[in-house]
Design a protein around this ligand. Sequence first.
Ligand code: LRH
Ligand code: MN
Ligand code: MN
Length: 400
Amino acid sequence: MTDKAYALFEERQRARGIDLNVVREKLKSLAIETPSWGFGDSGTRFKVFRNGKAARTPYEKLEDAAEVHRLTGCCPSVAIHIPWDKTDSYGKLRSHAESLGVKIGAVNPNLFQEEEYMLGSVTNANAAIRRKATDHLLECVAIAKETGSKDLSLWFPDGTNYPGQGDIRARKVWMLEALKEVYAALTPDMRVLIEYKFFEPAFYHTDLVDWGMAFQLANKLGPQAQVLVDTGHHAPCTNVEHIVAYLLDECRLGGFHFNSRKYADDDLIVGAINPYELFLIFYQILDASADADPAVRGTVDAIAYMIDQSHNIEPKIEAAIRSVLNVQTQYAKALLIDREEVRAAQSEQDVLGAEDAVRKAFEFDVSPLLESIREEMGLPLDPMRAYKEGSYAERVGRRG
Ligand code: LRH
Ligand code: MN
Ligand code: MN
């Protein structure tokens, strides 16, 4: 049944001139990082629902993430959040991850939970609080060195709620000061990925409100600083793929926090609301992967694809699997875009021809392709079903 479906798929793509060997190799090497915090209980500011089944310790979170990797074959690393994942030995945490067949990925400092950060962390008007916040960032660099992580993901909750509340220019200077210290502590193979967000928790002004400010900061810091695009951190109607293309061309796109947004920073399952946006993001990335400039191609190769979702009502592991499969699906579809066809239409200024060349790839059913690859990799053809029927789900069911 699968063979027949794949044979038909193959025939069709071959007729379009798509090299399925390239497509298959690219799909097999796609790596998506899951977030430790996506496996623990989380919620909104209204309520954290506890179903008693979510991972309770950083160690259990790694175990759940490893199960997602075992079933999907494409989640070899797990991002951690400090102090949510604070432990007495990061070396032990690293060994635990490695014994499960995964690695610790990006280290995310947390500057939003201490009382003192109410009026800002690295941009607080109080120098002692700025010092504490910067020290936490430096602590995270040290943790990254211990866990073998190469990326520090930086998101700042800093901002103000009312006009006049803060000195916006002074805060801009303080932010740069703190980040310069962090940058100086990196080893040459490490990066800082700077995340922006258009509002929340601050509602009047946010110190790093958009990609332009994150980009400018990265430029000031140096080549090991890049921008992190969290898909949920944009105003409705923002053309996220345009931002992606721009940052790629500037060699400043470091990675993603994938999630879905309907209204603001909803942190829903990836691809649940607007899968076409995800597809178009991958289209820009794949287009840049064929750029004449090797620096742009190198930037594409180093993109960290990370998920940042915190499920409120969904079972955690299934939700992570769903997100991973959705990313894989949209990536597979984008790989079917005939970029030569797009180029030809562009050079003829054929607006609808170009749009058609992109959109039609989105309309293919890629499940025979994904199943065939899973088969080749010795993975379950339907990872979600395999999870539900497997013994790990039973084990999780006994938690609590
Ligand atoms: C902020 C954010 C950031 C945090 C995560 C928990 O909204 O996207 O990446 O680290 O949520
Ligand atoms: Mn994020
Ligand atoms: Mn967010």
